[in-house]
Design a protein around this ligand. Structure first.
Ligand code: UDP
Length: 359
């Protein structure tokens, strides 16, 4: 008999759900909530005021707070000090957690921030952390490693490559991510452009994708939030006019409809990407992914099956595989995403993690 849990999910303290400011965590949250609801669990979510949830999460309780965003750790230096705004969302979320914790069987933290990791050993309701990034700061490394030392069962990661960034004493718990594959539009006849999806910021390496598209003389459609406009302008100016087509940030339901028009998705991160939702989302549309063999995409892209992997930062190799897109079967690509990253399998992996961690 499966135990039904009362789960409190603490969302990212960066932006409202649906804004894109929280990056991949937003989709991860929706997927996990929808998947866990289907499995009969009770869910409460803490998020920024103005957040919205899709219909398949409506059975969850959403509690919102007004407050200042946290700064993203990945945009600071490795020795950045821990900073928390006094009117910040982070202390508001966790103040509420400490007051209400007894009403829940477990707390699931999605924010990559010092405070929730630090308080974990001192809180009586078990706090679980789905770590959303690799190593980007020394103080975050230390606090995550401390939780690992204290009780590693409280930590899960998206990929093995991401988990390798931390000093773990046991084999990491890997939960991947999950997608409602049937909601992604599939097409066997793409248009004549490449795609790139993500937050537009240096760690995502858009400049390399732009060079590949310009070498082939193909348009590159770019979907995502411009987190850094001067960087976006610099990339645009680095290639001939008309190569980059800015498509803006689309809500998930719209992105699922347009991605299938791409011949391929170029995925060129410069950091140890924890997972890379956009790679599996493209695959869900049958779109082959051409990626650097670095971070999560290095585990998700299977050369010759759902795309091509090339050595990190090797723009020449990326250009060469762009001539081999047609060797990838789009139906098989979508099937691979379905077989490996369905929402239901994700929910089951999460449930298994909680059950083991609560023993
Ligand atoms: N995304 C979106 N609309 C856009 C572009 C991106 O909803 O126009 C979402 C995309 O679905 C994905 C997220 O942004 O879930 C990016 O997540 P990923 O894991 O690739 O990178 P992160 O931002 O977490 O580093």
């Amino acid at each position: 008999m499966i135990k039904r849990y009362r789960i409190l999910v603490v969302s990212t303290p960066i932006g409202t759900l649906g804004s894109g400011e929280g990056g991949g965590v937003e989709l991860t949250l929706v997927s996990m909530v929808a998947g866990l609801l289907i499995r009969g669990h009770e869910l409460t979510i803490l998020a920024k005021k103005g957040s919205s949830l899709p219909v398949d999460c409506q059975a969850a309780t959403l509690k919102t707070f007004d407050g200042e965003n946290q700064c993203s750790w990945q945009h600071g230096t490795r020795t950045e000090l821990i900073q928390i705004p006094d009117n910040g969302l982070l202390p508001k979320f966790w103040g509420w957690v400490l007051q209400e914790q007894e009403k829940f069987d477990l707390i699931l933290n999605l924010s990559y921030d010092w405070l929730p990791f630090w308080i974990t050993p001192y809180v009586s309701t078990p706090i679980f952390h789905l770590v959303s990034m690799g190593s980007v700061s020394e103080s975050m490394d230390r606090v995550i490693n401390n939780v690992a030392c204290w009780d590693q069962r409280r930590l899960a990661f998206h990929t093995r490559t991401q988990a390798c960034d931390f000093a773990l004493l046991q084999a990491p718990i890997i939960v991947g991510s999950g997608f409602d594959i049937d909601t992604y539009h599939f097409s066997l006849s793409p248009e004549n452009h490449f795609g790139w999806v993500g937050r537009i910021t240096p760690e995502k390496g858009l400049e390399d994708a732009a060079i590949v598209a310009s070498r082939l003389g193909v348009k590159l459609k770019v979907w995502g939030l411009k987190e850094n406009t001067s960087y976006a302008n610099k990339v645009e100016n680095s290639v001939p006019p008309g190569i980059i087509n800015w498509e803006g940030f689309l809500p998930g339901t719209k992105l699922q409809k347009v991605l299938s028009s791409c011949q391929c998705l170029l995925n060129t991160p410069k950091w140890n990407e924890a997972f890379g939702n956009v790679t599996v989302e493209a695959m869900a549309c049958g779109v082959p992914v051409l990626a650097y063999n670095r971070g999560g995409p290095g585990e998700l892209v299977k050369s010759g099956i759902n795309g091509w992997l090339v050595p990190p930062d090797d723009i020449m190799a990326l250009t060469e595989v762009a001539y081999r897109i047609k060797d990838i079967n789009r139906l098989r690509t979508r099937q691979w995403a379905k077989d490996n990253f369905s929402r239901s399998a994700f929910a089951l992996r999460l449930e298994t993690w909680f059950t083991a961690g609560l023993k």
